[in-house]
Design a protein around this ligand. Structure first.
Ligand code: SAH
Length: 225
């Protein structure tokens, strides 16, 4: 699966993909992530990509020309399933959306900045708008990194069996059960006996009960659904 992320701050996206699971996924050739510097597509001599808002008001607005040039160049090279704009007023990201996007091959992701992007970019190029929650960040880079991580870990082969995504919270209707590792006792606090019992069906039952209890307590809305 291929991600093309368009941003004015490519440096913000260097580290998130250079470690651990996402780094391995790229080395294995399961995921390709390309970060495009919007400034390379600026048409004016100052390489600026934003301007004052028509109608006045605070904050700069990102212009259409650089986005159009970059998106159109990419679209000439291959077909994209979606052009996604990260935006606080988009559809709120959840596991179902991530699962759906993980079935695609090529995604373009646009990162906004300042006051936002010219509405015509959204009208003419964007096919999906996604928010990572009801709060406002200063740019779309961290949201884009969140989205790519959420999608990439679902691609077959990215996670090893031991960390299978299927048992995670939100894949079913239940939150994940608590987890423990060595030591079996720390300052008098013991790991539940059942996890040391070696009886897999008892352990599975216990985990299910714990998941159910945790979901009832923390997210009863998931059970209602
Ligand atoms: N004026 C805009 C916010 C601009 S914040 C508004 O009120 O809706 C600048 C950029 O950061 C946005 O264009 C978007 O790309 C990104 N961003 C901020 N918060 C976000 C969120 N919760 N989810 C996704 N992207 C977000």
């Amino acid at each position: 699966m291929r991600f093309d992320i368009i941003t004015v701050l490519p440096g913000l996206l260097e580290s998130p993909f250079a470690h651990s699971i996402l780094q391995r996924a790229q080395k294995k050739g399961l995921v390709e992530i390309y970060v495009h510097n919007l400034r390379d597509y600026a048409t004016n001599k100052h390489k600026s990509v934003d301007d004052y808002p028509y109608g006045g008001g605070s904050g700069m607005v990102m212009q259409i020309e650089p986005f159009a040039a970059c998106i159109e160049k990419l679209q000439r090279e291959r077909n994209y399933d979606e052009v996604i704009f990260m935006s606080p007023d988009g559809e709120r990201l959840n596991q179902t959306i991530a699962n759906g996007l993980a079935l695609h091959e090529n995604l373009i992701i646009l990162c906004g900045h300042y006051k936002g992007i010219d509405q015509r970019i959204r009208d003419l190029y964007v096919t999906k708008e996604i928010s990572i929650g009801d709060y406002v960040l200063s740019g779309g880079e961290l949201p884009a990194a969140v989205l790519v991580d959420a999608i990439a870990r679902l691609i077959p082969g990215v996670l090893s069996d031991e960390t299978s995504a299927l048992s995670d919270s939100f894949q079913g209707e239940l939150l994940d059960a608590p987890v423990y590792t060595r030591p079996a006792e720390w300052r008098g606090h013991k790991v539940p006996d059942i996890l040391l019992s070696g009886n897999q069906s008892l352990i599975d039952n216990w985990r299910y009960e714990q998941s159910l209890a945790r979901t009832r307590e923390r997210r009863p809305d998931l059970l209602d659904e």
